[in-house]
Write a protein that binds this ligand. Structure first.
Ligand SMILES: N[C@@H](CCC(=O)N[C@@H](CS)C(=O)NCC(=O)O)C(=O)O
Length: 194
């Protein structure tokens, strides 16, 4: 497998998942502005969307979209998913919520929004994160071990922390626990962020 990532971008979730799983994988960073990979390849020729994450499977197939990439990794490494008859459905429910309600709400911060647009977006992110904060009863979103949903939420909490957006209630502890995990520290180091 090979992961194309950009330091600190949403691809960090899949990068953490690969480290957590102890998977054998290659990775290459991408300059998202120039659309060039670290080895000089045209990123737009690798993926028409021109965004990360991109996961190249061992058979050469290419996966995009955080929800699909993270669902795939949880299917390959069940310790990163949720157990039970509704486990996969609950995981997809959380991933879709993080993608569409939280991740996308950061757009004004990354897309040149004005101050009031950013203030509204920050409040919205906090409100949507509160959905999880009110339901967490263990160390992580769904129990004593983190799932790929925790890693995706981690990325958005790191962004929130950097941008001064309030991280609600119980998620502060989840963030601290995630940041202390060896796989998270190793991933941040691999992305040049630690
Ligand atoms: N719909 C995609 C969006 C991924 C995305 O927003 N990637 C950002 C980094 S967090 C990116 O590569 N942006 C560069 C660009 O769109 O040009 C997904 O959910 O995976």
């Amino acid at each position: 497998m090979k992961l194309y990532f950009s330091p600190g971008a949403c691809s960090l979730a899949a990068h953490v998942a690969l480290h957590e799983a102890g998977a054998a994988f290659d990775s290459e960073s991408v300059d998202l502005k120039a659309k060039r990979t670290a080895s000089g390849a045209d990123f737009n020729a690798i993926t028409a969307e021109g965004y990360v994450p991109v996961l190249i499977l061992d058979n050469g197939e290419l996966l995009t979209e955080n929800v699909a990439v993270l669902d795939y990794l949880a299917s390959q490494y069940p310790q990163l998913g949720l157990e039970g008859p509704l486990g996969r459905t609950r995981l997809l429910e959380a991933l879709a919520f993080i993608s569409s309600e939280i991740h996308k709400s950061f757009k004004p911060f990354f897309g040149g929004g004005g101050d009031s647009e950013k203030a509204d977006a920050g409040a919205y992110v906090t409100k949507r994160m509160t959905y999880f904060a009110e339901r967490v009863t263990s160390d992580y979103l769904f129990g004593d071990a983190p799932s790929v949903a925790d890693f995706y939420l981690l990325v958005t909490m790191l962004w929130a922390e950097r941008l001064g957006i309030v991280i609600p209630g119980a998620l502060v502890g989840v963030l601290a626990r995630l940041k202390a995990r060896p796989a998270v520290l190793a991933t941040l180091k691999a992305e040049g962020l630690a």
